[in-house]
Ligand binder design. Structure first.
Ligand SMILES: *[C@@H]1O[C@H](CO)[C@@H](O)[C@H](O)[C@H]1NC(C)=O
Length: 148
């Protein structure tokens, strides 16, 4: 199980964080990451609006269904890596790049989000939607994700 990198996209589709924790992926430029963030943001929104509405006859379930709200694309996979997306209620997206056989990406995502809540959201100097430059978060995350 390898976690290659993490990308965080703000609710407007802007790249606010990108870090590599284990090597394996080829390097791409910051500009490519900016394009990836914006493009993924758009594709996510479109796939979310594709969520089918089930006719009431089919079990009486219609979307938006509060127990299973529409979600955009959640995973993308190639032969060499898997991209898993988690979107918070406020619209921030966490994209985790792992190897394709990593089990329990959900647990890793949960750990990333907990650390984000502890180190970034509780940091009085962090301005929402702005690039994340919080050393303690980098350190904690790196210690935890390196060598996983
Ligand atoms: C990282 O932060 C979490 C809380 O979010 C804490 O439980 C853990 O001990 C921290 N790890 C290190 C190495 O500081």
């Amino acid at each position: 199980m390898v976690v290659f990198s993490l990308v965080i996209i703000n609710k407007a589709g802007g790249l606010v964080y990108q870090r590599e924790f284990n090597s394996g992926l080829q390097k791409i430029s910051t500009n490519d990451y900016l394009v990836l963030a914006g493009t993924f943001h758009g594709v996510h929104a479109i796939t979310k609006s594709l969520t089918p509405r089930l006719p009431a006859a089919m079990g009486g379930v219609t979307n938006p269904n509060p127990t299973s709200p529409p979600s955009g694309i959640e995973t993308l996979e190639t032969n060499f890596f898997r991209l898993t997306c988690f979107q918070t209620l406020t619209g921030t997206k966490f994209l985790l790049f792992t190897d394709p056989v990593t089990p329990n990406v959900d647990n890793i995502m949960k750990g990333v989000y907990e650390r984000y809540a502890d180190f970034v959201m509780k940091n009085p100097f962090y301005q929402l939607e702005m690039p994340i430059r919080v050393e303690a978060w980098d350190r904690n995350l790196t210690t935890w994700l390196k060598g996983r």
